[in-house]
Design a protein around this ligand. Structure first.
Ligand code: PLP
Length: 440
């Protein structure tokens, strides 16, 4: 009997014993094409020598030195590299162990900034209904997924949730994408005015929505309008690129494509590419200076922040992305995968929308394309497709996200950037098989 506490207690997962490029291999020798990278983690694929060697070399020098006493060479080098590449104004990096921790730190930094800059009345966070920011209580409060929040309601912060930017369902007939983007962003101003702008500290959103909705990109101009509104009312813009960042959407930072720079940015997943648990919260010099000139202490820290081996992994991953031109490859292979999905599923009776950016693509499944009606959640379609795909040797990320407060089914695809054309064909063939079996 296993003594591991598995997330799904009814499942007996196979034992992963190997990883080679885009494939994972189990103890029985079965190969799985890793088309979700474990929810958009594995951007370099498995077994990348440069990253493994960088971690080993760091462990040989120093495995751990607490950040209360020391900084480390890889932490300094990673911060320099990220700042050199980041959107303008983001010039401080706080290294953490993962995505939830980055989101949690971002929420607390926003609050501490307001206190230390003489605005203690600002404590409210505004986020969006269709969002996921992590599983710790602060991050979960910011997220809008009813299923994930359900049991924890009494423990959560009072966060305002506005409508997402979700053109497939919310853009009206005859409305241009730009007009819709502006209308969707104006929901932030309406909420600010409703709750009193002087009580609000920040707005938090994913540039391209991942886990709750299947790679939903913003409408054109949406985030520029959001930025304007944040500036007008003096609130911080927190962008959560934990899933969509680090080249996944075809630019190193997803928000580059929307022409905005946030005050605080969260990254994780692709930053460590699965080789080490690492995330980061980046922030503007203005925020950093307020803390430096105020209390001088960010009131948030976990033992493993800035872990040297994790930082060495992050540095090797970002270096690999840049030196091997893998971000451009994410864009190019993303276009190929998207074309292949359009060709195979564009007319599928139960695929309502194919969307995303770069190698971050989603299919929204509907029972009726004309009405866009979702499937009955009791069918557990996403779970059926996921297990059919796994059976067929494909790891993808179907999930029951939230569609206007109800559960709806999506398939999220986020393969490693090294995926080649033959593997794209294999992915689409296996997904087709899994969809047939899941829908049967
Ligand atoms: N933020 C976003 C946008 C995510 O997609 C996730 C995870 O899926 C998180 C935060 C939480 O990250 P982690 O699972 O590393 O804690």
């Amino acid at each position: 009997m296993s003594h591991v506490f598995p997330r799904h207690t009814a499942l007996a997962p196979p034992v992963a014993v190997g990883g080679e490029g885009c494939y994972l291999i189990d103890a029985a020798g079965k190969r799985y094409l890793d088309a979700s990278g474990g929810a958009a983690v594995s951007c370099l694929g498995h077994g990348d020598r440069a990253v493994i060697d960088a971690i080993k070399a760091q462990l040989d020098r120093v495995a751990f030195a607490h950040t209360g006493f020391f900084t480390s060479e890889p932490a300094e080098a990673l911060a320099d590299l990220l700042v050199a590449q980041a959107p303008e104004g983001l010039d401080r990096v706080y290294l953490v162990s993962g995505g939830s921790e980055a989101a949690e730190a971002a929420i607390k930094l926003a609050r501490q900034y307001m206190v230390e800059s003489g605005q203690p009345g600002r404590s409210r966070l505004i986020a969006r209904r269709q969002s996921y920011h992590g599983n710790t209580l602060g991050a979960l409060s910011a997220g809008g997924n009813a299923w994930r929040r359900e049991q924890f309601g009494p423990l959560l912060l009072d966060v305002s949730h506005i409508a997402p930017c979700y053109a497939y369902r919310h853009r009206e007939d005859g409305e241009s994408p730009e007009a819709y983007g502006r209308r969707a962003a104006d929901a932030l101003e309406e909420e600010l005015l409703r709750v009193g702008p002087e009580t609000v500290m920040a707005f938090m959103a994913e540039p391209v929505v991942g886990a709750t909705a299947g790679a939903v990109p913003p409408a054109p101009g949406y985030f520029r309008r959001i930025r304007e509104i944040c500036d007008r009312y003096g609130i911080l813009l927190i962008l959560d690129e934990v899933m969509c960042g680090m080249g996944r959407t075809g630019t190193l930072f997803a928000c580059e494509q929307d022409g905005v720079s946030p005050d605080i940015l969260c990254i994780a997943k692709g930053l460590g590419a699965g080789y080490q648990p690492i995330g980061a919260m980046m922030c503007s010099g203005q925020i950093y200076d307020a803390i430096r000139d105020g209390s001088g202490f960010f009131q948030h820290g976990h033992t493993y922040i800035g872990h040297p081996a994790a930082a060495a992994a992050g540095h090797a991953v970002v270096s690999a992305l840049l030196e091997r031109d893998l971000v451009a490859r994410s864009a190019a292979q993303g276009d190929r995968l998207r074309d292949a999905l359009e060709a195979r599923f564009g007319q599928h009776a139960h695929v309502g929308d194919i969307r995303g950016r770069g190698l971050f693509l989603g299919l929204e499944l509907v029972s009726d394309r004309a009405t866009k009606a979702p499937f009955d959640p009791a069918r557990k379609l996403a779970a059926r497709i996921k297990s059919a795909a796994f059976e067929a040797g494909l790891i993808c990320y179907p999930m029951s996200g939230t569609i206007d407060g109800r559960l709806g089914d999506h398939v999220l695809l986020a393969p490693p950037f090294i995926i080649d054309d033959a593997q794209i064909d294999e992915l689409v063939d296996k997904l087709d098989t899994a969809m047939d079996r899941g829908l049967a």
